[in-house]
Design a protein around this ligand. Structure first.
Ligand code: BES
Ligand code: ZN
Length: 642
């Protein structure tokens, strides 16, 4: 039996909230608020947090912050409600580069605290002697280079007139703007009052509880809250010149005014996707599902902030071809946001489940053929990742990761995503879709609003699906999947007949070339597969003909553009350089930027010079997440060369 420490089942919180209307009144008093449970098994201990939840833990966060665009800080207070045991409990919070001004109890009396020296990766522990206090008010400001916050100058936005701010909490960045226990296993409810210049709109990953209010100094004040306990990496804010367009009864999109029509058009199927997701694995429990389409420096494709997915503008391809990314973030409303990895070592529980679910949504909305192509394409990416990680023996190809002394970012590879999804697909194939779907739906219900570990999932699977069927147990190879490197030999590989036809075209390209009519009807998936399957070495004439036939220098689909640029770089193909420079200086999505810089650095003086020149221009516009990764590639290689 696993032991839980819990006060009130979070499930109750979920169902209570589900009954409330969207614009329910002011926040309930904290006394009636449900408290989420915390796992106390050894595998749920989070090495990426200073928190000691068994001694004292944060259950609710109240933010009162002013966004100061001149100083580039968030300044104000975080009031924390605490559950603590013992007479003299010590509350340990995570912080990163925060300027702590005071720590007081609920009555305004100073509490003794110390801000410890920063530990690499983790940041500084803030230790507070609680005494009898169960409410703590921390007055602070964030650093101008807080990792979670990107402050954009007007020139970095589409409108060019107003500044912009967005946060990115996952994995362990929330601590750079909110002093709390920044661990995915310590769920917290929250509410926030945010002040910003009156011309700007503030959006958050919660429910807006009041209309914005004009206040002194040309400011407006906004209020949000999240009554369902969430992992702190899911607290998010976006501030900018934003407009909103509704897309359905509970869906819509926020973005800068000049981008709104294109974004709304791209996301026309959003409501349908939510319905498809619900038909698979149960009710959507978060009320609204909106998107915020960010400026191009957003370092990820998407981020599943509850009620408000954050997305890169690179999904606006003009032809709705990249909506699987939206299916992905939407799926996180179950896998990740409802049932959450207790630690980053089990990141695959978030992403692997989500990639599986994403594909099921795509199948429901767009059909089997489309879904199979996407799954097959991701299989290629998995094979590439296994190779990059040093082959199938490498410890980093395990689902349950060993992250001691490392940044959780190290675990954010296709292993978690695609090996994870392949594991679930393999179980589905073994037990049949009907039985598997019933299990998975019930699994999300059983663990809703709770943290989960690999061991916990396997225990649940054995208790509720396998039920001592020895033959099935043997066939599935569960422990091998979760704890061993490489891909077990029962892995189910979805292969798409359409992509197999594309592969033949790619194989014939060297001798026969390709004609425009052969590619004109291809989906983006087929285009990407084709480009990736071409021989890596092509002549300038072949590349020129390819570019012309596939109209590659005018591609609006960022995935196709990326595949083309990788091929061009591999061949030091100068005519594509302008396109490459444009791409790398006009967006900061790490998934595209990092491999392109890596590829360039592997291309001798030609590539290194180009990488360094382009990065010098692009770096000031990139988010710290992208800078952190690309610096290691471009600058360390530069240092080595000296
Ligand atoms: N939750 C992730 C993004 C993330 C992971 C941020 C780890 C920080 C740390 C998000 O759901 C995601 O996986 N995004 C992908 C897109 C998706 C379609 C695979 C991305 O950003 O590329
Ligand atoms: Zn994801």
């Amino acid at each position: 039996m696993r032991k839980y420490t819990f006060i009130v089942l979070a499930l109750v919180a979920g169902s209570l909230v589900a009954c409330q209307s969207r614009d329910a009144g002011p926040a309930k008093s904290s006394a009636t608020k449900a408290v989420a449970q915390v796992l106390t098994t050894p595998d749920a201990r989070d090495i990426h947090s200073h928190a000691d939840p068994a001694v004292a833990r944060v259950t609710h966060v109240m933010l009162d912050l002013t966004a100061d665009f001149e100083k580039r800080t968030m300044q104000g207070t975080a009031t924390l409600e605490i559950l603590a045991e013992g007479a003299e409990p010590l509350l340990s919070l995570d912080t990163s580069r925060l300027n702590i001004q005071s720590v007081r109890d609920g009555e305004g009396k100073d509490l003794t605290f110390r801000l410890e020296a920063a530990v690499p990766v983790l940041g500084s522990a803030l230790r507070i002697e609680l005494g009898a206090a169960r409410r703590v008010v921390v007055a602070y400001s964030s650093s101008p280079d807080a990792d979670a916050l990107q402050w954009l100058a007007p020139a970095q936005t589409a409108g060019g007139k107003q500044p912009y701010l967005f946060s990115q909490g996952q994995a362990i960045l929330t601590r750079s703007w909110v002093p709390t226990q920044d661990s995915p296993g310590i769920r917290q409810t929250w509410e926030a009052t945010i002040r910003a210049p009156a011309a700007l709109t503030v959006v958050m990953s919660g429910e807006r509880t009041a209309e914005p209010r004009e206040i002194a100094g040309g400011q407006r004040e906004w209020r949000y809250r999240m009554d369902q306990p969430v992992a702190p990496y899911l607290i998010a804010v976006g501030i900018g010149e934003l407009d909103f367009q509704s897309l359905g009864a509970r869906t819509g999109v926020y973005t800068e005014p000049s981008r709104l029509a294109a974004a709304a058009n791209e996301l026309a199927d959003l409501e349908k996707m939510v319905a498809a997701a619900e038909s698979l694995y149960g009710a959507y429990r978060w009320g609204r599902y909106d998107l915020l389409v960010l400026p191009p420096s957003f370092p990820f494709g998407g981020m599943e902030n509850p009620r408000l997915t954050f997305a890169t503008p690179t999904i606006i391809a003009g032809d709705r071809s990249l909506v699987s990314l939206v299916a992905h973030e939407l799926a996180h409303s179950w896998s990740g946001n409802l049932v959450t990895n207790a630690t980053w070592a089990d990141f695959w529980l978030n992403e692997g489940f989500t990639v599986y679910f994403e594909n099921r949504i795509m199948e429901k909305v767009y059909g089997r053929e489309t879904a199979d192509m996407l799954a097959d394409l991701s299989w290629d990416e998995l094979q590439g990742t296994i190779k990059d990680l040093g082959g199938p023996q490498s410890a980093d190809t395990r689902l349950h990761l060993e992250l001691a002394g490392r940044n959780p970012d190290d675990g954010m590879t296709e292993i978690a995503y695609v090996k994870g999804a392949t594991f679930l697909r393999t179980i589905e194939a073994a037990v049949g879709r009907e039985r598997w779907d019933a299990y998975l739906k019930a699994y999300f219900d059983r663990h809703a609003f709770q943290p989960q570990t690999s061991a916990g999932f396997l225990t649940d699977l054995r208790a509720n699906l396998i039920k001592a069927d020895a033959e099935l147990e043997k066939k599935l190879k569960l422990d091998e999947w979760v704890y061993q490197p490489g891909l077990p030999d029962n892995a189910v590989h979805v292969s798409s007949a359409l992509l197999a036809a594309v592969d033949q075209r790619a194989a014939a390209f060297a001798t026969r070339g390709i004609a425009a009519e052969q590619v004109s009807a291809w989906s983006y998936t087929e285009r990407v597969r084709f480009l990736n399957r071409l021989p890596r070495k092509l002549s300038a004439a072949q590349l020129a003909s390819l570019a012309q036939v596939m109209n590659l220098d005018a591609q609006r689909n960022s995935e196709v553009r990326f595949a083309w640029l990788r091929l061009a770089v591999a061949n030091r193909y100068s005519p594509a350089v302008t396109n490459l420079e444009d791409f790398l200086t006009s967006m900061g999505r790490r998934k595209f930027a990092l491999p392109l810089y890596r590829d360039l650095m592997a291309q001798g003086d030609w590539g290194r010079a180009l990488a360094q020149r382009t990065y010098a221009t692009a770096r000031p516009g990139y988010h710290s997440v992208t800078v952190g990764s690309v610096d290691k590639v471009v600058q360390s290689a530069a240092a080595k060369a000296q």
